[in-house]
Design a protein around this ligand. Structure first.
Ligand code: NAD
Ligand code: DAU
Length: 351
């Protein structure tokens, strides 16, 4: 059985990737390595946790000795690296946490892979999951991010992801590590931590709390359903060319304010509230420092070379997302109270 190490598998996107690989590839043994930070939640994987081809490993990618040991103990065929600090606002208040996890953590994984795979390098694959934010921001509505767009990160988060991308390419160029990178646009869907725009708005609408729109709400994001991202990762891991970068996006641009209005309408309908009720909660707040105006991905390369394109229309994806949050109110309350963290910390300390 080929062993695949997925990092950050207890997080939002990682949990969808782990589920996809565990259920679609019985020939792989999937190791989910996650430190269970505030963003990691094993509840996300409750349905597959007993699968015979799934192993959870609690551990920190910033701990080089631990990572080296894990690679020596297990001959991993491949790595899919998602573990990261992922929230831009947190990177503004605590940039060093992003340097440590996203840059040092990635370098530790690269180093461990290089050392443990040295005799058989070409037989392996190191897949680094990155973001479109490394390209900076767009102003001209006719422009899109291409794989060749010059890096221009503008927040501590995107700078740390850009640095990690550079390290991944450097290990390919210098040591021949067989790598592949993808840069994806904004994801949405079930299990999204409610500090990010869409789940935060859903949470606050349910609780009749203010809906904080940064600045005038004119910034634009390109939204992709998380299961479509997981499918793209599957395709790129299996068919992507070594050394290459692939952009992943939804071709689905929304101005923040329009998206918040759409969510308000959808939630009013689902909750049986009078139309127009939730939009009264919209509150304009101080803009995010250095707020990137627009992200938009050109994913033509992924479509033409590997045949991937988004499968879900936004209207359907958003309905599914809202329905998931409404039927999983316990998940939402647990992650906002932090009680799940205490539960799992105790469980793993006692093992
Ligand atoms: P997330 O914050 O929901 O999850 C991150 C996971 O990494 C958590 O389970 C956390 O416990 C784990 N983790 C954090 N630090 C760790 C450490 N030191 N050691 C081990 N595990 C650690 O993030 P997400 O939104 O699912 O993003 C996953 C990846 O995809 C990130 O690399 C992110 O940059 C990238 N990405 C995210 C989006 C998006 O819209 N969310 C879009 C493009 C790319
Ligand atoms: O583009 C990919 C990136 O998308 C990922 O790499 C990041 O990990 C992910 O967090 C996301 O970054 P954003 O900063 O775009 O996502 P966020 O949900 O934080 O914000 C989306 C937009 O909504 C952004 O323009 C800021 C705005 N916003 C956000 C929050 C949390 C608000 O107006 N109010 C809010 O309360």
């Amino acid at each position: 059985m080929k062993k695949i190490l997925i990092t950050g598998g207890a997080g939002f996107i990682g949990s969808h990737v782990v589920r996809r690989f565990v259920t679609q590839y019985p020939e792989y043994q999937i190791y989910n390595l996650d430190a269970l930070t505030y963003a990691g939640n094993l509840e996300n994987l409750r349905d597959i946790e007993d699968a015979s081809n799934y192993t959870f490993v609690k551990g920190d990618i910033t701990d080089a000795e631990f990572i080296d040991g894990l690679f020596l103990e297990n001959e991993f065929y491949g790595v899919i690296h998602l573990a990261a600090e992922s929230h831009v606002d947190r990177s503004i208040s605590d940039p060093m946490a992003f340097v440590v996890t996203n840059v040092l953590g990635t370098a530790n994984l690269l180093n461990a892979a290089k050392k443990s795979w040295k005799e058989t390098l070409p037989a392996h694959r190191f897949y680094h999951v990155s973001t479109d934010e490394v390209y900076g921001e767009l102003h001209d509505p006719a422009e899109f991010f291409l794989e060749t767009t010059k890096y221009d990160p503008r927040s501590p988060y995107s700078a740390s992801k850009a640095a990690s991308d550079h390290f991944v390419r450097a290990y390919h160029n210098t040591y021949g590590l067989p790598i592949v990178i993808s840069n994806c646009s904004n994801n949405y869907g079930p299990n999204h931590f409610p500090e990010k725009l869409i789940p935060l708005m859903i949470h606050n609408i349910i609780h009749n709390k203010p809906l904080p729109v940064y600045g005038k709400g004119e910034n634009i994001r390109d939204w992709l359903f998380v299961e479509d991202h997981a499918r793209a990762i599957d395709v790129i891991f299996h068919k992507g060319n070594i050394g290459e970068t692939y952009n992943i996006g939804g071709h689905n641009e929304w101005k923040n304010l329009d998206l918040v209005f759409l969510l308000c309408e959808t939630m009013d309908r689902k909750l049986g509230r009078e139309s127009g009720t939730s939009e009264k909660l919209i509150t304009y707040v101080t803009d995010r420092a250095g707020h990137d105006l627009r992200y938009a991905i050109d994913a033509t390369k992924l479509k033409t070379e590997l045949g991937w394109e988004p499968s879900l229309q936004f209207a359907e994806g958003l309905e599914r997302t809202v329905d998931w949050y409404l039927s999983n109110s316990e998940w939402l309350e647990n992650v906002t109270s932090g009680s799940y963290q205490k539960y799992y910390e105790a469980m793993y300390e006692s093992k």
